[in-house]
Design a binder for this molecule. Sequence first.
Ligand SMILES: [Zn+2]
Length: 406
Amino acid sequence: MEVEVLKRVLARVDELGGISDSAEYLQRTFLSTANREAGERVMGWMRELGMDAAHDAGGTVRGFLAGSAEGKAVLIGSHIDTVINGGKYDGALGVIAALGALEQLKVEGVELPFPVHVLGFSDEEGVRFQSTYLGSAGVIGALDAGMLAVKDEGGLTVEEVISQEGWHECAEVFSYDETNAAGYLELHIEQGRVLEEAGESVAVVSGIFAQARLRVSVEGLADHAGTTPMNLRRDALAGAAECVLAAEGFARENDGMVATVGVMKVLPGASNGIAQTCNFTLDVRCAENDLLESGLGVLKGRFAEISKSRELELKWEVVQVNGAVPCDEGMVADLVKSAEKVTGTARVLGSGAGHDGVMMSRVMPVGMIFVRCRAGLSHHPDEFAEAGDIEAGIDVMVEFLKRRVQ
Ligand SMILES: [Zn+2]
């Protein structure tokens, strides 16, 4: 691609990364001052490219080329919000790359016979309301009364924040479904180490993993650490530890499955006491719903065996299950051909992390491109993607759009 176009993409990643609600680190949450400022900046870039730019009341920004193209639009986008102390590539790169791809096509004099809309969603991370995808939910009409009533730490509901801090003035309503959109494409950093290990720049995403979140509790008997013989103990922590290792071992045995215990609370929590209760979280993900369901069954059985052998009481609570979201077969096939043309190879990879495509897939086909990021790191200020990898990702996007020109 043109050197100048790539340079502008990289400069914009830096520029957007400098717009933050905190002086010390990067933070842009739903409809915060920095979130809206970032949206304004992106709309400015859209207008520079000759696009009509607008925003909705929920802070999602949109640009489109008001050319002669008719028919269903191809949507390209990502999110402009960040986590607390996040990195500048997660989300922002996808929006900026979309503009870079369109600029490249302009330089090459390619006219697309279909409309392209670029979207910058105001909320994907869900930091402010602990409720993800507010931006994309808004544009597909899924922002229901339940979501609007969720409160932030200050006690304000989503609805109140939209009316108080939002862009009610001159806001437009974005509304997409299969009748006006051909599909949604997103470029995102991988947030994992597969590409780095393989020494490859980009991957085509096959789908977003199914995910289950559970709360597990193991109950034993608190007792004296000095006077209770080992064979008479009902140690909740030792049992929980065996469960954690069982979950790790099971995920290792099953290719493509990941299982994580990220939080563990030990009660009563004394250095000279045997644990009475151990509460922990369990996060299990894999590409297929069936495998997740059967996997949870096996894990529950193993946890129960461990608890029984130690005379512990097990509580197993499934808090949330999100089904797998497969990417559209046609879009995957086109992206694979595009990636092969650009890089000579095309790895197809599942996504362990959620993305705006989860929401968009409810009403239209979705496809995704992953770009290698250093050490797989994301949600961290050291998050980084090489210029060459970003270039390859944008080239794949450009190639994908060209393939749709008959
Ligand atoms: Zn993201």
